[in-house]
Design a protein around this ligand. Structure first.
Ligand SMILES: NC(=O)c1ccc[n+]([C@@H]2O[C@H](COP(=O)([O-])OP(=O)(O)OC[C@H]3O[C@@H](n4cnc5c(N)ncnc54)[C@H](OP(=O)(O)O)[C@@H]3O)[C@@H](O)[C@H]2O)c1
Length: 289
């Protein structure tokens, strides 16, 4: 059996991994929440790795409150940078392959074509900077790593854009959503499957990879499709980032070029509408059961 540790195992991606873990019979999982293992505490991390043996560590733990990070800079740094550093050192010492999740927010968004793994990072928010610094801690510590940058994660678990839109469609008659940020939504269950396929493939082609569902859309387009598929009667309007002000600045364009990971695992890009439909069905099923 291949032993797999999942840190941040109670978050959105962690729960997605847990929900598909039974399909991967050769993998033996341990899921840890923040109360079980605080990745920002190096003493805890070292002790845990000393007392337990793993082949892979999937780090789903992160400070993900993008706007709050502008005010809680040190907390975001401790989790996203120092936490990644602690895991990287523990993985290096114990010969564990680290699979770490990063973000499209490491880029500044000043381009018009999808970002490749080789493109220069230039984060424009505290969250993006701490995630980029986490990547640097990993790449400078060990060679046995996969860093997977992803974007606009949603699922039936935790809080995310899809669930917020569904809630607002019940509370309001009209809603405005920004139409000047372009990216690709990603069903976190698709990402979870990709991560476990990497482990199953036993690939040694370590490095940085991009993964998202296949799309080049704005948040407005995303909301429109959510309301379309759920037959919502809400009136949807376009707005822009200047009108809808947020604490953190987000990249205007953050589509990721995903060719490298599709070649690695020999699979085709997943259409974003199909994945959204699957997720909406899972949410409806959860609500009815
Ligand atoms: N969500 C997105 O749209 C998005 C987009 C691109 C990339 N990503 C990246 O994808 C990954 C997964 O995101 P997600 O949506 O699953 O995030 P999430 O739902 O916010 O989950 C993050 C988890 O990390 C845990 N955590 C926080 N501090 C910790 C610590 N010090 N030690 C251990 N665990 C800690 C949290 O536990 P508590 O709740 O107990 O604090 C939470 O369960 C992250 O690396 C994120 O940066 C996310």
């Amino acid at each position: 059996m291949t032993k797999v540790l999942v840190t941040g195992g109670k978050g959105q991606l962690g729960q997605c991994l847990q929900s598909i873990s039974n399909d991967f019979k050769t993998l033996d999982f341990v899921f840890l929440g923040s109360n079980d293992l605080d990745i920002s505490n190096n003493i805890e991390v070292e002790a845990y790795f000393k007392n337990n043996t793993f082949d892979y560590c999937i780090n789903c733990a992160a400070y993900t409150a993008v706007d709050k990070a502008e005010e809680e800079t040190e907390k975001a740094k401790q989790i996203n940078e120092i936490g990644a550093k602690n895991l990287a050192h523990a993985c290096f010492k114990n010969n564990v392959t680290l699979i770490h999740i990063s973000t499209d927010f490491v880029f500044d968004g000043q381009v018009k074509t999808p970002y490749t793994e080789e493109d220069k990072t230039n984060p424009i928010s505290v969250y993006g900077k701490t995630k980029r610094d986490g990547e640097l801690q990993i790449t400078s510590t060990l060679s046995q790593y996969f860093i997977i940058r992803t974007s606009w994660l949603y699922s039936e678990f935790g809080s995310n854009f899809v669930k917020t839109m569904l809630r607002l469609s019940k509370e309001r008659e009209e809603l405005s959503v920004v139409d000047d940020q372009t990216g690709s939504p990603t069903y976190a269950k698709d990402l979870a499957a990709v991560i476990l396929k990497i482990i199953n493939s036993k690939s040694q082609q370590f490095g940085i990879y991009h993964y998202s569902n296949q799309a080049e859309i704005t948040w407005y387009d995303f909301a429109k499709e959510i309301f379309n598929l759920t037959k919502s009667s809400i009136t949807l309007k376009k707005t822009d980032s200047k009108t809808f002000k947020t604490l953190a600045t987000r990249p205007a364009y953050s589509v990721l070029n995903t060719k490298k990971i599709h070649t690695l695992l020999n699979f085709k890009p997943v259409n974003w509408q199909k994945s959204l439909d699957k997720c909406l069905k899972a949410i409806t099923f959860d609500q009815n059961s």
